[in-house]
Design a protein around this ligand. Sequence first.
Ligand SMILES: Nc1ncnc2c1ncn2[C@@H]1O[C@H](COP(=O)(O)OP(=O)(O)O)[C@@H](O)[C@H]1O
Ligand SMILES: Cc1ncc(COP(=O)(O)O)c(N)n1
Length: 507
Amino acid sequence: MSAPSRPRVLTVAGTDPTGGAGVQADLKSFAAHGAYGMAVVTALVAQNTHGVRSSVVPDVAFLRAQLDAVSDDVTVDAMKIGMLATADVARTVRAWLAEHRPPHVVLDPVMVATSGDRLLDADAVAAVRDLLPLADVVTPNLPELAVLADEPRAATWQEALAQAGRLARTTGVAVLVKGGHLGGDASPDALVDATSVVELPGARVATTSTHGTGCSLSAALAALRPRRPDWARAARDAKRWLGGAIAAGAALQVGSGHGPVDHLHHLPTLGLPSFTDDVAPALADACRDSLASPLVAALADGTLPFAPFAEQLHQDALYLTAYSRVLARAAQLAPTGEAQEFFARGAHSCLAVERGLHESYLARAAVRPSTPASAVTTAYVDHLAAVSAHGSYAEVVAAVLPCYWLYAEVGTRLLALADAVPGHPYRDWVATYGSAPFTDHAAHACRLADDAASHVDPATRARMTAAFVTSCRHEVAFFGQVAVAAGGPGGAPAGADVREADALAVG
Ligand SMILES: Nc1ncnc2c1ncn2[C@@H]1O[C@H](COP(=O)(O)OP(=O)(O)O)[C@@H](O)[C@H]1O
Ligand SMILES: Cc1ncc(COP(=O)(O)O)c(N)n1
């Protein structure tokens, strides 16, 4: 049989109805590391970010029934043990472990919560010590280390490392000693076994969001171990992740005491609407405003005189030359071959269309080829050039998107209107944007923008939105830049082929 797609990881721990510690935190930590999480409950704890109110420890026969229900059916790749509550619970877990020990076992010797409340009976310490040889790694904080080693609490980090070394030598279990209770600017941890010390440095985050840090760390360690070559590598990655989770905890605004950490801080876009769903209202506004411009309105009913149409196309040709360079930049930054090809084709297509406008159409128009780019065209091009020079791939894609998407939307609506006018003089030009392949290209560009947005942090996502909205405004201004004289029949001069030369891939 092939290997499972994800490590199957079990927590045996108590509960926290506010989701910051215990089983609830462990399952989040497992999911955050790509593991399939399972949970056996040792104790039901009525607690929140202020502390523990009461707890119920179900009969140990029921605990054993839960453990057996898992091991009778599921292969457990790794396991984390948290709150054990009583000596009976610890002994029951030990008996089960003796028969069903998974390949990787982390023991978090939970004794006292961050709030100061006891989570382990005083007479249960010996039973927890008896569990140590069945674990691979034990993760005590400084007070717990002292209790397990049966020594006074270490006052310095060096003392803690020495104490962890003694515990590792007497029990044969590796000790991930946690310096969270040390105070000072640092919050170091270290993985200590009988012969070696691997220090895991970490900066202390100034925060009260430390509820469940020990639970989350030990769960991350268990979740990572099946996919890491050794405990040191798993511990390093778990610690790095926890630092980010602690830093992001306050923003969750959960509770008014010691708040939880953000287990999903590294997946900031999870659950957000897609980028294109998010900016769809801005696109709809731009579409409405574009259709309301005198040029587009006259284009729709076929009354647009030829001169302003030619003037608009001339600005379009100037714009396309610059836009091509920005698409080439998107191709350069593209993270996938598919995206690179899409934007490289787009860059080429812009130039082909620009040339086509001159050959098939503008050559016959009254607009002098030397007519410079308007202030409106220049402003739009400058915006795109600035994003292209300073922005990430995601921002460049957001900036170029309206030229695809808005042209497809406006083109589709214009085509429906043009089709209602017999002999519409600009129908072919309108059809280029209002039908495939251009509308397919626009849908493709939207998908690439959504892909790009799903990998960025909130600040970059905000810059994507700003770049998109600014481009939309420039598009509206672009449609509005040419004055349309009232009256006068529309239509291209005889012989003018309004259809653009190439199969358009850009607006
Ligand atoms: N303020 C903090 N900033 C950064 N890391 C912290 C902070 N407080 C705790 N940690 C880290 O969280 C983990 C749990 O530490 P600790 O609080 O000592 O354990 P416990 O939650 O079991 O009491 C350790 O990796 C520790 O270094
Ligand atoms: C069920 C349960 N298990 C463990 C802890 C320890 O939490 P902390 O990491 O904040 O000390 C807790 N508060 N509740």
